[in-house]
Write a protein that binds this ligand. Structure first.
Ligand SMILES: Cc1ncc(COP(=O)(O)O)c(C=O)c1O
Length: 367
């Protein structure tokens, strides 16, 4: 048996007819960027997410950069964040000239909010925070809201992996000033190319984000800001609108698979990573930890099961960061343990029951 990490061909089979229809519609409209399809998708996502303004853009990286700029990050501003994420999270901070301050994660692999409180207490010059709702989990939003209030923080929540995730029923991304997400094809709501969105509940911030994505224009050829070219294509938006119809059921499948893995995997050399308290996760990834991670990955590969590592190198240890100003608080021991021990099992929504059982069996057979 072969179990792939993603299944774009099964997804294409499902969405092909609607996508071809959308291609005809967009082609015949003669309007290819930032048009009716984008506006319709933004509105639909804002309803699904429960957030007032959705600003479609070119990718998740730009969304974070625009969010940071919109909340006032300037060259030299310290930005608290995690070293265990896609490099894009930090890259966005560096593109604003901000200085990342890395702190450790907890046993779930997500930024440790207790530690965040300690660091914010001891360094009042930190006024910005980019938490990442990693793996499809949702950080404790009650605590995040308390941190925001206690330290007067501006927060950009990186929700690239956590679309529709909630904490105690509250949607990720609704506690900070800006939420950002990615529609990279592997994401829970992926498009057929690159795409992303920045979201917020504040009218003023939404205007800034709309301007930033389009060269900083406030009206045609009237530039109030030094913006980006970060626009969303009509075709991608049309594809995303169709996909959005099935997102809830796809998320349900991911949750069911996660529940089966958590119940079925009982090899003492493999631990399912912890889930943050109160998180109703959307399981973008299914992380397990093993002291013999590379051996486990090799064994599963031999058995035809594709896996991936999120992430093999902590961001603060990346070569690209050597020359860039940043701070590291403490040893980041748990972050490093994740880089050495984490392995993500396949959890895409098109897995069959047989494939799920096979992954569980193979994990349990490994010794
Ligand atoms: C946590 C996280 N943040 C940001 C990004 C960046 O998104 P994009 O690839 O669309 O720029 C990603 C995707 O790779 C991600 O997983």
């Amino acid at each position: 048996m072969r179990v792939t990490f993603n299944s774009f061909n099964r997804q294409w089979d499902e969405l092909k007819a609607k996508t071809v229809e959308a291609l005809h519609r967009v082609g015949e409209s003669g309007w290819y960027i930032l048009g009716k399809e984008v506006s319709a998708f933004e509105l639909r996502l804002s309803k699904a997410w429960g957030i007032s303004h959705v600003i479609g853009c070119a990718n998740g990286l730009d969304a974070i950069e625009m969010g940071l700029r919109a909340v006032g990050v300037r060259p030299g501003s310290k930005v608290l964040t995690t070293s265990l994420s896609a490099f894009a999270t930090t890259l966005a901070i560096t593109r604003t000239g901000g200085v990342p301050v890395f702190i450790d994660v907890d046993e779930s692999g997500l930024i440790d909010l207790d530690l965040a409180r300690q660091v914010l207490s001891s360094d009042p010059s930190i006024k910005f925070f980019v938490p990442v709702h990693l793996y499809g989990h949702c950080l404790d939003l009650k605590e995040l809201a308390t941190l925001k209030r206690d330290f007067n923080l501006k927060i950009v929540e990186d929700c690239a992996q956590s679309i529709l995730a909630t904490s105690n029923g509250v949607s990720c991304g609704t506690v900070g000033d800006v939420a950002t997400t990615s529609f990279y094809p592997t994401k829970n709501l992926g498009c057929i190319g690159d795409g992303g969105a920045a979201m917020c509940n504040d009218e003023g911030i939404s205007r800034t984000l709309r301007s930033l994505r389009d060269y900083g224009q406030v009206a045609k050829y009237d530039h109030a800001l030094l913006g980006l070219n970060s626009r969303l294509d009509e075709l991608q938006a049309a594809f995303l609108s169709n996909f959005l119809d099935s997102l809830e059921s796809m998320t349900g499948k991911r949750r069911a698979t996660a529940a089966r893995y958590r119940k079925g995997i009982n090899n003492r050399l493999i631990t399912c990573a912890a889930v943050p308290e109160n998180s109703e996760s959307v399981w973008h990834l299914f992380p397990v930890l093993s002291p013999e991670r590379d051996q486990l990955q090799k064994f599963l590969k031999e058995k035809g099961i594709e896996t991936a590592v999120h992430y093999p190198i902590a961001i603060h240890s990346q070569k690209a960061m050597r020359e860039y100003p940043h701070e590291v608080v403490g040893e980041l021991g748990t972050t490093l343990r994740f880089t050495q021990q984490e392995l993500s099992l396949p959890i895409h929504p098109y897995l069959t029951n047989e494939e799920i059982d096979y992954v569980i069996d193979m994990c349990n057979q490994w010794s």
